[in-house]
Design a protein around this ligand. Structure first.
Ligand code: CP
Ligand code: NVA
Length: 311
């Protein structure tokens, strides 16, 4: 029987119970920094730029006693010098786990189908599961129990929105995604989010009116209007997304105490105003910080050492 490792490629790969457990584990690791990854090696294969994901994966490994190697986009590792199936089997002989940032989700799927070690999606055009886990860790820190709270995402129904919706509804949140027409969440993700919401006692809604989405929300979340790889559409998107901005008006509609979230990098004056970014309730840098611990938790789980962590 060939060894078949567990992967984290889509947020839908995790059950609600696993998401719940990963959030708890991340908070334990953040507090205690137990060196349960002693001697373990992570390879990062990145075809797009990164600040947070790269650094948080690398320092996270070190905090827990492991190490990492970063392969730059310039190295053209994924299919340029040699087939992906060969890269996957070579790296499996050197390291224990791989994190991949690339364009199409199909590239990560193909890699994983040949990989003898766990594969983590470190962002594709379609999903960003590590960001979503960190966001739920952050919301848990600020709201304690996230279930029953309302999270409104304003902007593009992109990779970040997809993973966020799937993860947040799994924990019983009421999730509203407001996008311009033509930029909504993919159909499969909306369907999956609705199913998970029903199971967890939350709700899921897609809207085209940001103000309706923001009404009474506990948290307002936004992301860039133009994701990496879509730069040629930037001008068009600036027009299409006019009005889909987290600003003073939307915060007022949400109400006192609303949390403001962004996965970064942010574009002040586009998807968020400087006032909202820097203002009261902004937990944006907590989100960035928690990437380290959410990913560390996911690595522990995929490597099967999560049970060694003293809770
Ligand atoms: N939020 C996020 O993934 O940031 P980077 O693109 O800098 O990794
Ligand atoms: N949606 C953004 C997220 C960046 C972390 C992108 O894909 O560029």
């Amino acid at each position: 029987m060939p060894h078949s490792p567990r992967h984290l490629i889509s947020s839908a790969d995790l059950s609600a119970a696993e998401i719940q457990d990963l959030v708890k584990l991340a908070l334990v690791l953040k507090r205690t920094r137990q060196r349960v990854l002693d001697g373990r090696q992570l390879a990062l294969l990145f075809e797009k730029p990164s600040l947070r994901t790269r650094v948080s994966f690398q320092v996270g490994m070190r905090h827990l006693g492991g190490d990492s190697v970063y392969l730059t986009p310039q190295e053209g590792v994924l299919g340029e010098r040699e087939p992906i199936k060969d890269v996957a089997r070579v790296l499996g002989r050197y390291v224990d786990i791989v994190a991949i940032r690339t364009f199409g989700q199909a590239i990560v799927d193909e890699y994983a189908s040949y990989s003898t070690i766990p594969v983590i999606n470190a962002l594709t055009n379609e999903e960003h599961p590590c960001q979503a886990l960190a966001d739920l860790v952050t919301l848990t820190e600020h709201l304690e129990d996230v279930s029953g709270h309302t999270l409104a995402f304003i902007g593009d129904g992109n990779n970040v929105a997809t993973s966020l919706a799937l993860t947040a509804v799994s924990l019983g949140m009421h999730v509203r995604i407001a996008t311009p027409r033509g930029y909504q969440l993919p159909e499969w993700a909306a369907t999956e989010a609705s199913i998970r919401a029903a199971e967890a006692g939350g709700s899921f809604a897609t809207l085209t009116d940001p103000e309706l989405a923001a009404e009474g929300a506990d948290a307002l979340y936004t992301d860039t209007w133009t994701s990496m790889g879509f730069e040629r559409e930037a001008e068009r998107r600036r027009m299409d997304f006019a009005g889909f901005q987290v600003n003073a008006q939307l915060r007022k509609i949400a109400g006192t105490g609303v949390l403001v979230m962004h996965d970064l990098p942010a574009h002040r004056g586009e998807e968020i105003t400087d006032e909202a970014f820097e203002g009261e309730g902004s937990i944006i840098f907590d989100q960035a910080e928690n990437r380290t611990w959410a990913q560390a938790a996911a690595i522990c789980k995929l490597l099967g050492v999560d049970h060694e962590v003293r809770r």
